[in-house]
Structures are given as C-alpha cells and as structure tokens.
Design a protein around this ligand. Structure first.
Ligand code: SF4
Length: 154
C-alpha cells in the first residue's frame, strides 16, 4: 500500500513561518501557513537542505540566474566571497526528489531569493538590485515540469 500523504503543493518553508532565512527569520504568509497546517502543502527550505545553516551568509547569483547555475555558467557567491554553487545545486535537487516522491505538480516560492526566486532575483552585487531570472530551485522545478508561482500569485 502507498502510505505517502496526498500533498500536491510545495512551498518555501519561510512562507509557512519557519525561521530558515539567512537572518534566521521567516516571511510568514498566513494563506501559505494555512495550506501547510491543513496538510495540503509541504514546506521545504532548499538552503537548509544545502547544509548552509541558519543563520547563514547572504547569497546572490553572479554571472547569470538559476538556469545558468544549473548549466555551469554562473556561480552562487556569499557576501563574504565564498563559492556556494555546489551546495545550492545539491539542496535544490534534494527538494526536487521530495517533490517527485509526493508527485507535486505546483510550487509557491518566495520572491527574489537566489534559490526560491521566480522571475526576479538579486543581481549578484549585494546592492539590493534585482535582475530578471529564476533562482536555482525555481529553475530546476520548471525544468522538471512543476509549475512555479510566487507568493503573490498563490
Ligand atoms: S531558501 Fe527559500 S525557503 Fe529557504 S529561506 Fe530562502 S526563500 Fe525561504
């Protein structure tokens, strides 16, 4: 018998109130939290799955977006200059494995994050400037046929 719970939505854990941001805070969205509390959604943080810790150094994508990272053409760099490209990719793949296990078809992700961001991410200069592009997880989920929405579209 298949004992997997019937979750069909993946959400960024910080939106559900988990204190997993790089500052050790959350980005609580009451609607998202209700979905998780009701059992309809599963909340995961790809940067925690990357073993980067909480709190952790701020990260931005340099030289491209999440698609470029997955293609080996860009880097994820911490504010102190540490290359965290490989851990970020590994964390995103771990989330993808969970999504596949639960047959998840849709994700609601946090805006602007280098990992979860959809459509817009910070530009790699740590100057609070956005550029077009997806974060690493958003890009990976899209490549695997999972619909990705921002918290504003949920
Ligand atoms: S990686 Fe995603 S889930 Fe984790 S804190 Fe950043 S935006 Fe939230």
């Amino acid at each position: 018998m298949d004992s997997r719970p019937s979750k069909r939505l993946l959400v960024s854990a910080c939106l559900a109130g988990v204190n997993c941001t790089f500052r050790g805070k959350n980005n609580l969205n009451d609607k998202i939290k209700r979905l998780v509390d009701s059992g309809a959604a599963i909340a995961l943080c790809p940067e925690v799955f990357a073993h980067l810790g909480v709190p952790r150094e701020n990260i931005e994508l340099s030289g491209g977006d999440g698609n470029d990272i997955l293609g080996g053409k860009a880097k994820a760099i911490s504010v102190n200059g540490r290359d965290v490209t490989n851990p970020l990719i590994a964390g995103a793949y771990k989330v993808l494995r969970v999504a596949k296990r639960y047959d998840i078809r849709e994700a609601v992700l946090k805006l602007n994050s280098p990992t979860c961001g959809v459509g817009r991410i910070y530009d790699g200069t740590f100057s609070n400037t956005l550029k077009n592009g997806d974060g690493v997880l958003a890009a990976l989920l899209k490549r695997n046929g999972i619909k990705v929405l921002t918290e504003n579209e949920a």
